[in-house]
Design a protein around this ligand. Sequence first.
Ligand SMILES: C[S@@+](CC[C@H](N)C(=O)[O-])C[C@H]1O[C@@H](n2cnc3c(N)ncnc32)[C@H](O)[C@@H]1O
Length: 329
Amino acid sequence: MKIELLLGDALEQLRTIDAESVYTCVTSPPYYNLRDYGVAGQIGAEETPEEYINRLVQVFREVRRVLRQDGTLWLNIGDSYTSGGRKTRDYDKKLPARSMGYRPPTPDGLKPKDLIGIPWMLAFALRSDGWYLRQDIIWNKPNAMPESVKDRCTKSHEYIFLLAKSDRYYFDHAAIKERRISCKNDAVAGSRGAFGPRQTRLRGAGNLQKKYRLTPGGKHLGGNIPYNGESELRSKRDVWTVATRGCKGNHFAVFPEQLIEPCILAGCPEGGAVLDPFMGSGTTGVVAKRLRRNFVGCEISPEYWEMASARIDTTMQEYPQIAIKDLSI
Ligand SMILES: C[S@@+](CC[C@H](N)C(=O)[O-])C[C@H]1O[C@@H](n2cnc3c(N)ncnc32)[C@H](O)[C@@H]1O
């Protein structure tokens, strides 16, 4: 198993990696104007969304070079609001990393309070640059951070875009199948009359949890699961409900391992190589190693690079497990 951790700017470090040597890239770049990583050269602190997008397009052009012809990119990205003329963001006791010493001005053409639309700006820019834009996966966060705003809903999702280098690409869809939910037998098992449709659906989910011995979050309780193979599985759906996890050390934008397991299982066979050019605390490397894939990662912050290196070092390799945990109906 080969693990290579590069310290420095993603664009520069990617140039040192062999062309067509990687199956899949699973990554989450710094979001626009959201966190101050406090490192010179960091991405996300650009004056305008266009500068930010251009910088990422260049990085992902280099990612495309290092991907095999049948390679893929799983790109997690969230949105931002305009700063509304504020130049800084105050210290937040619950989340110190949200405090920011700089805030770019409201971009031309937008108003204070506007949602910028960064994920789709980036997706379209990458598509124009030659990527095949294949899918927008919604990461639904059941434990999203509460917000104090009273004039819109609390944000509880982010995007994971699936992009490919060619029109035909490696995608092991069987490796990420999920448990089939039968509306007829399971989901609509309750009575309609007394409870109405919503309660009926919830009762259905309860029955299903009991049947498969699952918690409401979809976790197995053990024991005999009435599971009889392929007929109970279906192709994975494009809304992924995964709870966020706490910080790793001082890092505050950490992938939940369960979120990226399917990306690695579908995007890279055992023994192939996975890339994360913005590896932060190294979660992609941890999951890649556990699933017996090679890994190459880059990180600009020496502190996070150390953290990633320690985490990946102590990760044990295991055989891949198909994660069938999705209970959404
Ligand atoms: C959203 S975080 C990634 C977190 C990661 N997915 C994890 O699970 O820990 C983005 C990371 O990109 C790093 N970064 C920012 N600018 C960079 C650059 N120019 N080159 C490489 N890494 C950079 C930040 O230091 C941060 O750790």
